[in-house]
Design a protein around this ligand. Structure first.
Ligand code: ATP
Ligand code: MG
Length: 321
């Protein structure tokens, strides 16, 4: 069983779609679960109303992308179970282990006003995984270390108190599955990018997508070749085209005589790829009753799945009735 999540730290984008959500919809098994990790979006300064809106949007995008409604849920709907399990796991984790997390060092160390949750959120992530008994966790490279922590905590708990948790492993995406920022191909496309000029959002209108793609950074050459090291901007465009249309980036390069032609093709391919997702997302967001039903049912199923495991863990560690 696989579990994966998207954090509503911003609007879902083309990278999330091509690199993650689309695969979740096409490769998912009947037990897999996908969730909107809204609690993870509170580890740095956040706006409550915006978080609520982004959470609904992300949930709608998951369903609009073709993930069956019975396999999605919102993390905070399980806040009581997750809070309890996080505590149990914090009592299984050393301070040093949490402080060694690279993401914490990058985002937190040395800054004023850092939230304690930025240090402990990998433990909450371990709770997300272990509560549901997930065996495989598809993640980007940046989250690999957090899945390793979840593995270590599962093993330690099982060894110290009794077998409760499945020991999960990370599943890394195939290489080249990273979509890069159109305006800065040195960075990956990201929800939390400071500037949205190079980020194509799932809900962007076709005209806006055309403008963003036309302004994509390339280089001064004129011939079209696929060379990720030397020409990262064009390589990114060819990878996006391959992601949308199929085929290999190097073969697609031969079809084009100019960068302008590549950009036109990429813009149209992206527009057509995102169109059905955008249309279904907009329709779902307009149907508050349906979205609330999806959310309620998803929460009930996920909570039921985790209940037994949580009560066993509490009992074994010497707590709970
Ligand atoms: P943030 O910048 O807030 O971390 P994000 O864009 O990285 O946001 P996440 O919610 O962290 O999005 O990731 C959701 C899923 O999308 C993960 O499986 C992640 O690996 C994948 N993903 C994120 N960005 C890209 C990208 N540029 N290309 C391919 N996959 C991506
Ligand atoms: Mg991320």
């Amino acid at each position: 069983m696989r579990l994966s999540g998207i954090t509503p730290s911003g609007h879902p984008h083309l990278g999330n779609h091509l690199g993650a959500i689309r695969r979740w919809a096409s490769d998912g098994g009947p037990d897999d679960l996908y969730f909107v990790s809204d609690l993870h979006a509170m580890t740095t300064s956040h706006d409550p109303a915006r978080l609520r809106a982004r959470t609904s949007e992300a949930l709608a995008v998951l369903v609009a992308s073709g993930i069956p409604a019975e396999r999605v849920f919102v993390q905070s709907d399980l806040a009581r179970q997750l809070g309890a399990l996080t505590w149990v796991l914090e009592c299984t984790c050393s301070f040093g282990e949490a402080a060694r997390m690279i993401q914490f060092k990058e985002k937190g160390s040395g800054r004023a006003g850092v939230r304690l949750s930025l240090l402990t959120y990998p433990v909450l992530m371990a709770a997300d995984i272990l509560l549901q008994g997930a065996a495989e966790v598809p993640v980007g490279e940046d989250q690999n270390q957090h899945v390793e922590l979840a593995r270590a905590l599962a093993r330690r708990f099982n060894g110290s108190y009794g077998e409760v948790f499945a020991v999960p492993r990370a599943v890394l995406p195939p290489t080249g599955a990273r979509v890069r920022d159109l305006a800065d191909p040195a960075r990956k496309m990201s929800k939390s990018a400071r500037d949205a000029a190079g980020v194509v959002f799932v809900l962007d209108e076709p005209d806006l997508i055309r403008r963003k793609v036309r302004r994509a950074v390339t280089d001064a050459s004129t011939d079209v070749v696929y060379a990720p090291g030397e020409r990262p901007g064009v390589a990114n465009l060819l990878e996006i085209l391959a992601g949308c249309r199929g085929g290999r980036p190097a073969d697609l390069a031969a079809e084009f005589a100019s960068y302008g032609a590549v950009k036109e093709a990429v813009a149209e391919a992206v527009i057509e790829t995102l169109r059905p997702v955008r249309e279904r997302t907009v329709a779902l967001l307009a149907d508050a009753g349906e979205l609330a039903r999806v959310r309620r049912d998803g929460a009930a199923r996920a909570a039921e799945r985790g209940e037994q495991r949580l009560s066993s863990a509490l009992r074994l560690i010497g707590a709970g009735g």
